[in-house]
Design a protein around this ligand. Structure first.
Ligand code: CA
Length: 345
């Protein structure tokens, strides 16, 4: 073998190594509502913890207040995760709920945020009993701006470049109330310098109508481009997306999909018979990334077909070839990918 050929072969090998490292590094971890398995969801504390755990992206759900302020909250209602019913009992709507859109930011700042709970027989019962104790310590609902500033600030102080992953919550509900939440979110993102598909941001929504409005009208009006993700709750959400050319059609508007994870590996799979749908391969063929939700390790949250949380991640990341996972436990997914890359089991 000549020296030249050897050099060429080493070059090819080096390139191959680079490519494989790259394909590993493209697998990402999205902290779902922050490190919400450990601290109350969507608190700045949960976001700081997710950042420290090495998540690639940190998620924000965004809703609007009565005075048009953007806050980070999963529900359009406040009663699952705050003491609003104790502090503002007279503000309940006929359906028994307390809507963020009925409150000013100043009022929302007086609420204590906590682990999610339901009320039965007048008693608050924490939904995930193994998580951070409800009612202990002190947490609040952040504004979207405060959260962006937290992550940007930590990016500066650590030298990292962790991304954000905001979701427009219930856009139709906001529009019916006369509020264009998507334009408000896009303008704020632009103000904070998120203006191109190279910036570390995915903007997500469950509404295809809204996705199309954002893609066709709101982003062009703002003069920016952002990566857009279509969330899909089930096969029935938009039947056309499940047809053979559905992902190709969707790719005219979206850069990725965020499907419920059972749409990729059906829940009735067994350890000896793991079924993988065509959704990932169709989305990839259309040039889109796939970020399923939600990977949890609470009791009964790892499907029976996987022996444990990491075995579930192995199936989704490397058998089904998903690009990223929304998880409440970002440290476990970060460690899993790190160990997988090093070749340690
Ligand atoms: Ca979300």
């Amino acid at each position: 073998m000549t020296k030249l050929r050897l050099a060429q072969q080493i070059g090819v090998l080096a390139m191959a190594t680079l490519v494989s490292a790259q394909s590993f590094s493209q697998k990402i971890v999205i902290a779902h509502r922050g490190a919400s398995g450990y601290l109350p969801e969507h608190t700045l504390e949960a976001k700081a913890m997710a950042f420290a755990m090495g998540a690639d992206y940190i998620e924000q759900d965004v809703v609007m207040t009565s005075d048009d302020q953007l806050i980070v909250l999963h529900d359009i209602t406040l009663d699952r995760t705050t003491d609003v019913a104790d502090l503002f009992p007279e503000r309940v709507r006929d359906d028994g709920r307390y809507y963020a859109i009925d409150f000013t930011l100043e009022e929302i700042r007086t609420l204590n945020a906590s682990e999610g709970f339901s009320v039965r027989d007048g008693e608050k019962r924490q939904s995930y009993t193994n998580r951070f104790p409800m009612g202990e310590s002190s947490f609040s609902i952040p504004t979207f701006a405060e959260e962006i500033e937290l992550i940007r600030g930590m990016n500066k102080s650590t030298g990292k470049n962790i991304g954000i992953y905001p979701e427009i919550k219930s856009p139709e509900f906001h529009r019916e109330a006369g509020k264009d939440i998507s334009t408000a979110v896009v303008n704020m993102l632009k103000d904070y310098g998120y203006t191109s598909k190279q910036d570390k941001i995915f903007l997500q929504t469950f509404s295809f109508d809204e996705l199309r409005i954002i893609h066709d009208e709101i982003l062009p009006a703002a003069g920016i481009e952002l990566n857009l993700v279509m969330l899909i709750g089930s096969e029935d959400s938009y039947p056309w997306m499940m047809e053979a050319d559905g992902m190709t059609k969707l790719a005219n508007f979206a850069d990725g999909i965020g499907p419920e994870k059972n749409m990729i590996i059906p829940r009735d799979s067994t350890a000896g018979n793991i079924q993988i749908t065509e959704l990932v391969s169709r989305a990839h063929a259309a040039g889109m990334q796939v970020h399923p939700y939600t990977f949890r390790l609470d009791p009964r949250n790892v499907p029976d077909y996987a022996s444990d949380f990491e075995a579930m991640l192995e199936l989704f990341y490397f058998e089904a070839d998903m690009d990223g996972a929304f998880t409440d436990f970002p440290d476990r997914a970060v460690d899993f990918l790190k160990n997988r890359q090093l070749g340690t089991p």
